[in-house]
Ligand binder design. Structure first.
Ligand SMILES: C[S@@+](CC[C@H](N)C(=O)[O-])C[C@H]1O[C@@H](n2cnc3c(N)ncnc32)[C@H](O)[C@@H]1O
Length: 197
């Protein structure tokens, strides 16, 4: 499990009642690319503990819905939130929206998923890449045409090559390392806007 960085963002998250400091990665990305809008149906892959779901739920409002999946048991702290629905589920077992009691595709797919790391660089890069690949494999079933995608990726040549091939699926494709990303981290985020469907 990743160690907790008790920096400015950690304390800010605590004081603003967010469940993790990673909320500031999503908020920075959203401020720049405006992907979250009121009324949207959002899928949050690897939601636990749930700061992205909290933020997305505020952005989509009462008319919207955030559906989160994670390997961890459901975070009870989020159960009272009316526009968040959570599932204990592995992305590799997900077939489509019907598994999440949703009868339509999502307006936006978010993924902050990170594999349990082994410390062996090449193994961890492959694990991370297979999470990214699984998302793209499911996209035709999950994302509406013109929808948006935001995913976390760990740096590797394999990931770079894979993403280059996927770029054409979106009208706009951006790479970003938000300010809240730890200096030592090898992660970055990919934002795809306007899915060709
Ligand atoms: C960095 S945390 C997400 C933090 C979250 N975005 C937040 O703001 O609270 C990464 C999560 O990805 C989840 N994850 C990793 N592999 C997964 C998989 N195969 N299916 C679903 N979730 C997965 C982990 O269990 C972990 O909770």
């Amino acid at each position: 499990m990743a160690f907790k960085v008790k920096d400015h963002f950690f304390h800010k998250a605590k004081s603003e009642n967010y469940l993790a400091r990673s909320v500031y990665k999503l908020s920075e990305i959203n401020d720049r690319f405006q992907i979250l809008k009121p009324g949207q149906l959002v899928l949050d892959l690897g939601y636990h503990p749930g700061s992205w779901s909290q933020y997305a739920s505020e952005m989509v409002g009462n008319e919207g819905l955030v559906v989160g999946i994670d390997l961890y048991p459901i975070n009870e702290k989020l159960v009272p939130v009316k526009n968040i629905r959570l599932f204990e589920k592995d992305i590799f077992d997900l077939k489509g929206p019907q598994d999440l009691n949703v009868d339509q595709k999502f307006d936006i797919v978010l993924s902050d998923m990170a594999p349990n790391t082994s410390g062996i660089k090449t193994v961890d890069q492959l694990k991370s890449l297979s999470l990214v690949e699984s998302i793209f494999e499911l996209l035709p079933k999950l994302l509406i045409p013109k929808g948006h995608l935001l995913i976390k990726v760990f740096e590797s040549q394999g990931a770079q090559d894979f993403l280059k091939q996927q770029k054409k699926l979106f009208k706009e494709f951006h790479y970003l390392r938000p300010e809240a990303t730890r200096k030592t981290s090898k992660e970055y985020f990919v934002i795809g806007k306007g899915y060709s469907g």
